[in-house]
Design a protein around this ligand. Structure first.
Ligand code: CTP
Ligand code: MG
Length: 252
């Protein structure tokens, strides 16, 4: 990056929306996965700490389920004061991830609108500084940028025709496919406008903001994600994350 590009990037304000309002149905259990402990700390605590320790991120807007206030307060108690100071009051999420992101963006808009926003899943506690730096750089430069990793399996496009059976329609060339993660990075105004338009037009159910930005006609780029930045999705992911974080200092 040129010195000039680095300077303009440094002067931009960056906030993050952390969506934590899901139910974690695939992991199962009584407590949603973001409040389960891995290596002694809640998944959400680890995710918030990982973002808050980045000097690039000035503000974090958590989005939580309306009935999860008590669990959330317990997460806060485990955070360093300097990290806690970056957190906005949580806003209530919606029935879909898209609605939860929109609630977080509206929260930031009331709070003074950053230049750039990173949208991140609470269920991805392995996000690190290098990935955050790539997200900020790509979002700042391209306006809409998502982290992706090459896929090692061959992917088929199918249509379900019976339980457990799908008819193959197409096998896309693997070298052109990326598995997409978060944090996804956008010019704040661009993403807020796209979300407001989706609400106005009754569009819901986009599973990531990259897809919503595409729908709104914005060019989206993919930058290098990180294979370690897994999303806790199934019960086995929680067990694996617990193993990975055990014996690891809190904000490493
Ligand atoms: N999320 C959210 N609001 C929703 C749905 C999801 O804030 N209505 C958040 C989740 O808390 C999670 C992230 O979006 O951090 C990614 O979603 P996913 O992994 O699907 O989590 P859940 O929806 O909670 O899990 P499941 O789909 O298994 O129920
Ligand atoms: Mg879900």
């Amino acid at each position: 990056m040129s010195d000039e590009a680095a300077r303009s990037q440094d002067s931009e304000t960056v906030a993050a929306v952390v969506v934590a309002a899901g139910k974690g149905l695939r992991v199962g259990g009584d407590l949603p996965k973001q409040y389960r402990r891995v290596g002694g700390r809640a998944v959400l605590t680890r995710t918030l700490a990982a973002l808050a320790q980045s000097p690039r991120i000035a503000r974090i807007q958590p989005v939580i389920a309306p009935d999860a206030q008590d669990f959330y307060r317990e997460c806060l108690a485990d955070l360093e004061p300097a990290h806690r100071a970056k957190l906005a009051e949580p806003v209530p999420g919606g029935a879909t991830r898209q609605q939860s992101v929109a609630a977080g963006l509206e929260g930031l808009a009331r709070d003074g609108s950053p230049d750039l926003v990173l949208v991140h899943d609470a269920a991805r506690p392995f996000v690190d500084d290098a990935l955050i730096a790539r997200a900020v750089a790509a979002g700042s430069r391209h306006g809409a940028a998502v982290p992706g990793i090459a896929v090692s399996d061959t992917i088929k496009l199918v249509e379900d025709i019976a339980p457990g059976i799908g008819r193959v329609h197409e096998t896309p060339a693997r070298e052109n496919l990326r598995a997409v993660q978060t944090p996804q990075s956008f010019r704040f105004g661009l993403l807020l406008d796209a979300h407001r338009r989706a609400v106005a037009e009754g569009r819901d159910g986009f599973t990531d903001d990259g897809a919503l930005a595409e729908w709104a006609g914005q060019p989206v780029v993919v930058f290098d994600g990180d294979a370690r930045n897994r999303k806790i999705t199934q019960a086995a992911d929680l067990i694996e994350a617990d193993r990975a974080f055990s014996g690891r200092a809190f904000s490493d």
